[in-house]
Design a protein around this ligand. Sequence first.
Ligand SMILES: Nc1ncnc2c1ncn2[C@@H]1O[C@H](COP(=O)(O)OP(=O)(O)O)[C@@H](O)[C@H]1O
Ligand SMILES: [Mg+2]
Length: 476
Amino acid sequence: MYIRTPEEERVGRILAEAGGGLLDEPVPVWSWSLTRGLWRADGGVEAGTGSPEGVLAFIAAHEGPGIFQLRDFHEPMRESPAVRRWLRDLYELCRGRRKYIVVTSPVRAVPAELDRAVLYMELRPPDLTEIVSFLRDETRELPSPPGDELLRTLAPALQGLTLDETRYALRRALAAGGGLSEASWQTLLEEKRMLVNRGGVLEFISTPTTMDIIGGLENLKRWLLERRKLFDMRESLSQEIVPKGLLMMGIPGCGKSLCVKAISSHFQLPLYRMDMVEVFSGRYGSPEVAFADACKMMEDLAPAVLWFDEIEMAVTSTESSGEQGRIFAFFLTWMQEKTPGLFVAATANRIDLLPAEMIRKGRFDEVFFVDLPTEEERMEIFRIHLSRRGHDAEALNISQLMEFTQGWTGAEIEQCVIAAITKAKLEDTPVKAQDLLTLAAKQVPLSRTMKEQINHIRAWAFERAIKATPPKGYAK
Ligand SMILES: Nc1ncnc2c1ncn2[C@@H]1O[C@H](COP(=O)(O)OP(=O)(O)O)[C@@H](O)[C@H]1O
Ligand SMILES: [Mg+2]
């Protein structure tokens, strides 16, 4: 058997458990590494087993059953024809004799001639049960050990980590808080953030936002409130009604990215962003492999929200189209089969570039079109951005701004508010309604200069997506 994993110690423990009780009679377990040779469970080292050939000769000559864990044996397998020949002979010699060879390695490197004689497995990171029991063991000696209920609440923050990484995270949380509590969640997540950022393709995004910071888009908000209920119940629901994710398309600067962040905090899940530009950069190997690896890693990190920002990049970058087609096909299948604990939020500006299969029902639960904000929505966005910065919107008479802000995006409204506050600060006066008005009247919104493009986007989305804003203003 060949197990790909960075956790050779954990495999060692699993094998010890298997040898001790899972088979019908106990089977002793040995471990081998190039630096130590072959040692027994009691620590004693077998003579003459320092070299790869030496240990294989020992296994061949050994009478009786045994499990032999060969750590990092992919190197000798790759380099030495003699070792490869030995292993093929051993396959015949061990078969039916209750002698098992288990190669552990952090990389997959099975030589072609052994491919058919080896059972290949990937050891996934520990599941919740294993994490909880590990945490229990690690915290037993504390002055006041945490209860199982708390451990079960905290365990999801550690899903996707190896046991070693789990231990680092735990130590950091203990050092920071003096003990474990509900509040340790954030510190525990920190380890995941570092793990994910090391990979380069995924990015952990911290999201201190709530739904309230989005102005308008009431249809979208209502949908999310409903889906959250279903998503929370995902363990007890059939897979087809567990929310898979949504696609938001529309005019730049109208709050798509903002919504994704709000979703993750509303769902109380960590948010990860997949950077399609990095995937296609070639810095992380072939884009196809980098993409598939990142998707798989995300499944280990579930429950979580996974964000594909500007997903049209994946289908329209200038790289070879064959590669893109394969990534795209992989993505569509993966969306159907991924673990239910992963909620996918995709955003796109150039929606006309997305292929029809992507938009078709069944991939995403819903496709939303985020248009330029209506008059009521613009008022609300002004209100949000002013009050976030400590200013009273009513006193500033924002309704008089509506005439001048037609066709504005949320981002432009925010910029106008910032400009007015900056001006007031420079002049050392309070923000004045007149300043907002003057600034608003001067600005030419992007939508006017890009009229053609925006009409194109609207026409395209009209038949294919649901409006994030309900028709006729909005009903609260
Ligand atoms: N509906 C909205 N409500 C509140 N703020 C908004 C809204 N739309 C845009 N903004 C502001 O504009 C900024 C940029 O919007 P963003 O979400 O990045 O747009 P998009 O991803 O659609 O291009 C946001 O961070 C937010 O401050
Ligand atoms: Mg965006």
